[in-house]
Design a binder for this molecule. Structure first.
Ligand SMILES: *Cc1c(COP(=O)(O)O)cnc(C)c1O
Length: 413
């Protein structure tokens, strides 16, 4: 027996997170299943950005660096992110993009163990992670850095005495498959390697406990599950034990011990501040700072429980709908192995997703054939999942996705 609309409505009535939805600005009738790619706007963030632009910048001008403590935004936001990822205050700072921060961490990790040169990653890792490692190898030379790729299933066996860093994305962006952070980190450490985890699809999505897993370094994204806004700054974590000795190469003045001394030689600041390079983008930081205030009220255990149940409902509804026989589940069925998204493969995936977006169900498409649905428990209702499946079934029945306008590829998918 499949899940009915009444079942979904009942789940919503008993949902302890239901009250958070009203904090977001969401168009009526829209089912937004892409918060894993760009979180929606919080009403409080809209107010905060207006305030920062009109008053802090407009009126306060340069005085606001001190008056409104703009200069401390990177640390302040970092301390708000820390509890979500099992880090301590002072272990997380916010700056730049995930890509740039990975570059800093890879260089930092390699310089901690110059006798080891290999960055080991998974073949299906998010491409920017691999590209940044390639760029670093090109810059410092293959005798100091080389990227080695393994199939994700054989990753533990690929760690050896040449491995300097194991660089992995905790939750895979295509399938939502989740690595066992504790097991991989332990295996890396047993071979004398360090780990750097990419938490782009983990922070605000699944429980993460970096310190319990003894993780060395991590990066993550501000604009996905954290709802910090398009291109929001990213975060960097370095375990306290490494901070006094670790060096990163983008040694800009904001990472200097005393930037306003304007001395000609570089001396890194203590703690995570040394991972800053240039001036923080204040408007973007302010948006993320404000978005993080919501997270201070959220129980991540409840988020995880609802996320898994939303995913189970989606899988069950898709598989029981006769019009959706052509879709193949491309995510782990078992919740233990799955992050906060569910993907399905279909040869006409791109066109189907375009038609679905036109019907106000927003997910996204990842080449070559994946329709990806992000599950974001703070604002997604169980009835939204039912609605998404029924609109998708309607498209497949009417074959509307075959219209030529849905075949044209946009630049951003
Ligand atoms: C989204 C994402 C990024 C994005 O990096 P940017 O530098 O912010 O563009 C990096 N890694 C993973 C795994 C992602 O999903």
């Amino acid at each position: 027996m499949t899940i009915t609309h009444a079942d979904l409505a009942a789940l919503d009535r008993h949902d302890p997170l239901a009250g958070f939805r009203d904090a977001f600005q969401l168009e009526a009738g829209l089912v937004y299943l892409d918060g894993n790619s760009l979180g929606p706007l919080l009403k409080s963030v809209a107010r905060r950005v207006t305030e920062v632009v009109a008053n802090e910048w407009g009126q306060g001008l340069i005085r606001s660096w001190n008056l409104h403590d703009w200069i401390e935004l990177p640390q302040r936001i970092g301390d708000k992110i820390a509890p979500l990822i099992g880090a301590k205050p002072g272990e997380v700072i916010v700056a730049d993009s995930t890509s740039v921060n990975l570059f800093k961490l890879l260089a930092a990790g390699l310089s901690l163990q110059p006798e080891r040169t290999v960055v080991l990653s998974a073949r299906d890792n998010f491409p920017t992670d691999l590209y940044m490692a390639e760029g670093l190898a090109g810059l410092i030379g293959s005798e100091r850095c080389s990227l080695r790729l393994s199939d994700p299933e054989n990753l533990l066996d690929a760690i050896d005495e040449r491995t300097a860093m194991v660089m992995l994305t905790h939750v895979d962006f295509r399938s939502g498959r989740m690595f066992d952070m504790q097991a991989v980190t332990r295996a890396a450490h047993e071979s004398g390697a360090l780990v750097v985890w990419d938490l782009a699809h983990s922070a605000g999505a699944v429980p993460v406990n970096l310190n319990e897993c003894d993780v060395d370094m991590a990066v993550g994204c501000g604009y996905k599950f954290l709802n910090g806004g398009p291109g929001a700054p990213a975060f960097v974590f370095v375990a306290e034990r490494h901070q006094p000795v670790v060096q990163q190469p983008l040694s800009g003045w904001m990472g200097h011990d005393d930037p306003f001394a304007f001395s000609s030689g570089y001396a890194p600041a203590a703690g995570m501040k040394r991972f800053l390079s240039g001036t923080p983008a204040v408007i973007g930081h302010a948006a993320l700072d404000s978005a993080m205030d919501l997270w201070q009220q959220v129980d991540v255990g409840q988020v995880r429980e609802k996320s898994l149940r939303l995913g189970d409902c989606l899988i069950e509804l898709m598989e029981n709908e006769p019009a959706l026989g052509g879709f193949e589940l491309a995510s782990p069925r078992s919740g233990n192995l799955r992050g906060s998204q569910v993907s399905f493969a279909h040869p006409d995936g791109y066109a189907i997703m375009q038609a679905l977006i036109d019907d106000l169900v927003i997910g996204d498409f990842r080449a070559p054939d994946l329709l990806r649905f992000g599950l974001t428990p703070l604002y997604t209702r169980y009835v939204d999942i039912g609605e998404a499946v029924s609109r998708l079934a309607d498209i497949m029945t009417s074959k509307r996705h075959r219209q030529p306008r849905y075949q044209l590829r946009n630049t951003v998918t």
